[in-house]
Design a binder for this molecule. Structure first.
Ligand SMILES: Cc1cc2nc3c(=O)[nH]c(=O)nc-3n(C[C@H](O)[C@H](O)[C@H](O)COP(=O)(O)OP(=O)(O)OC[C@H]3O[C@@H](n4cnc5c(N)ncnc54)[C@H](O)[C@@H]3O)c2cc1C
Ligand code: SF4
Length: 561
């Protein structure tokens, strides 16, 4: 079925990238349609904020659709029924997908870091990978605008590669974080207030956080960022947005001049195909879904997939490196019960502090901190038997829980991998999803760079726990176990599969995230990234999506699109 209407812009996906494009383009007056494979969601009604674990027979334990816990706001997971993906023999890749309005921003950790000036020009500094065709100065005004629109707290630190933003005041460190700060100072590890997109002051009609610590459940008062309520909601109120849920886009269509003419989507409820026409197509289905969509959009003009004459679509896939260490801190036992609540995330973090040090791996990582006494639910404390003398039955067990509760600390490293030729996704010739759409097959291999980085993380976290007088729960992972490096994809920061660049032979998009070969086709998710940085990517996805949307508006006004 083909719709008669032609929209100005058709956006595929409503997560961070699609939501920002929808917001910016509808505010600029464009007639926009967003096609979202998942269902509707509204934090104000649907969030499980303030539900007690005892209100559920599952006590908050995860479900198939909500692997991070039954109260979690994000519907999706590592495996989605009827939507498989595969890994090539000898490879393993974990792919976490959301299926709902707002995508993964319904759960994400809200760690909102800018890439720094070095991150855009890494090849010039160490010869590895590639430089971006843009610099920090190109993106900085958009970071500022995202800060003002969405809201982020933090502190001005003047660090060379951790640019300060337009910050709201940060919350104070809690007990366990004060101890972390002491240990970090002792080991000369930079430790500063974290930078999260959670409102510590009212902003743009949204209330400030009331520190319930439950951000992952979706915030009923919208004090944290989700694309759903902060971007898609306001875009709908412009009257310029048509939002279609349950719409799985299978293909971007072309007209006979080689321009994108719209998309075809499967209505998941009826299984029927619908064609949408648009003057501009913005693909924002998440980095790997966007690569899949382009690779599946073949034609005589683009037999290898749309805008893929270079063959780079699906290549240069990266994920953040990650490893964790947790420990028990005796001096945090038997504390006076008091309110430890705060924002739903860490109040302190440690940016990369060894930029110019001589190390046996390139680039770096930052450290995320967890621990303290959050609301207990199913599986809390990770098993009491891990604590000295913990376990047993009855009154003694209850007493142990009270003594040890809140005496745990954990560190997670999040670092930069270098794109390598063994990490990519492609169409699996033998497998289709429930609608007959060919699925992705992943190839993955870490290099020595990443393993050595993980070793450094492990050693640092163990030293921090020792400096706190603590005991680590696990033995140092060996080289055979990859020094505890998490599997590819499992940090859920996939990037780079539709990368930008100046040369159409080695990139799919130009510096505006516009396809070199199809001028009215754009990508606004993590696909365009040229390198990973150690920073979590979403603030940069939002800033680039805003920048691309401004460019689309400008080009449409000039009649160039
Ligand atoms: C547990 C967790 C914690 C995280 N923490 C952080 C953090 O602290 N900081 C940070 O920067 N990042 C974090 N991330 C990553 C962050 O969520 C992503 O970087 C961000 O959401 C990516 O935005 P996106 O628009 O590319 O994709 P998504 O948010 O995944 O949105 C893509 C949307 O497209 C839809 N879609 C896919 N295919 C199709 C199709 N064919 N047709 C129609 N619709 C389609 C999907 O249903 C989805 O809604 C975290 C992620 C998770 C899961
Ligand atoms: S901690 Fe703050 S932002 Fe997070 S859910 Fe609670 S009130 Fe909302």
């Amino acid at each position: 079925m083909a719709q008669a209407k032609t929209y100005d812009v058709c956006i595929v996906g409503s997560g961070a990238g699609g939501g920002m494009a929808a917001y910016a383009l509808t505010k600029a007056g464009a007639d926009v349609i967003v096609l979202e494979a998942g269902g509707a969601w509204d934090n104000a009604q649907d969030s499980a904020m303030l539900t007690w674990p005892y209100e559920s027979p599952r006590r908050g334990s995860g479900t198939k659709e909500r692997p991070f816990g039954e109260f979690d706001a994000c519907i999706g997971g590592w495996n989605i029924e009827g939507e498989p993906y595969t890994s090539a023999p000898g490879s393993h890749f974990d792919w976490w997908r959301a299926r709902m309005v707002g995508g993964r921003t319904n759960h994400w950790g809200r760690i909102s870091l800018r890439f720094g000036p070095y991150d855009f020009k890494r090849k010039s500094r160490d010869g590895l990978g590639d430089d971006w065709p843009i610099s920090y100065a190109d993106v900085a005004p958009y970071y500022d605008r995202v800060d003002r629109l969405v809201g982020v707290f933090g502190s001005r630190e003047n660090l060379p590669n951790e640019p300060d933003g337009v910050f709201l005041p940060p919350p104070k460190p809690r007990c366990h974080e004060l101890l972390v700060k002491q240990a970090a100072d002792q080991l000369h590890v930079t430790c500063i207030p974290s930078r999260l997109s959670i409102l510590t002051r009212p902003l743009n009609g949204r209330a400030a956080c009331h520190y319930c610590g439950q951000c992952n459940r979706g915030c009923k008062v919208n004090a944290n960022f989700s694309s759903t309520n902060v971007l898609i909601g306001p875009a709908l109120t412009t009257g310029n947005l048509t939002l279609v849920t349950g719409a799985m886009v299978r293909e971007v269509t072309l007209d006979n001049t080689g321009r994108a003419s719209g998309v075809i989507y499967v209505d998941k409820a009826s299984g029927t195909d619908t064609q949408v026409r648009a003057r501009v197509v913005v693909v924002a289905a998440s980095a790997c879904e966007s690569a899949r969509l382009l690779l599946n959009s073949t034609s005589s003009r683009f037999p290898n997939g749309l805008a893929n004459s270079s063959g780079v679509v699906g290549k240069y896939l990266t994920d953040t490196t990650g490893t964790d260490v947790a420990g028990f801190i005796p001096k945090m036992m038997d504390h006076v019960p008091h309110n430890h609540d705060g924002v739903g995330g860490m109040h302190l973090y440690m940016p990369w502090w060894l930029e110019n040090a001589k190390l046996d791996f390139p680039r770096g990582y930052h450290i995320e901190v967890w621990g303290g006494a959050g609301q207990p639910s199913y599986g809390f404390m990770g098993g009491i038997q891990r604590y000295p003398a913990g376990g047993g039955y009855g009154a003694a067990l209850k007493a142990d829980y009270r003594r040890y509760y809140g005496a745990t600390i954990g560190f997670s490293g999040r670092g930069e991998m270098i794109p390598n030729e063994n990490c990519y996704c492609e169409i699996d010739p033998n497998t289709v999803d429930r609608w007959g759409i060919p699925v992705l097959r992943f190839h993955w291999k870490w290099s020595d760079h990443e393993y050595k980085q993980s070793k450094h993380m492990q050693e640092t976290f163990r030293a921090l726990i020792a400096a706190m007088g603590g005991e680590v729960f696990s033995a140092m992972p060996t080289a055979e176990r990859g020094y505890g490096l998490a599997s590819g994809g499992s940090i859920i920061h996939e990037l780079g599969t539709v990368r930008m660049g100046s040369d159409p032979k080695t990139s799919a998009l130009n510096k505006w995230c516009q396809a070199h070969e199809v001028k009215n086709l754009f990508v606004t998710d993590g696909g365009p990234f040229v390198s990973q940085a150690d920073k979590n990517p979403t603030w940069t996805i939002l800033a680039l999506a805003m920048r691309t949307s401004d460019y689309i508006t400008d080009q449409m006004k000039k009649g160039a699109l």
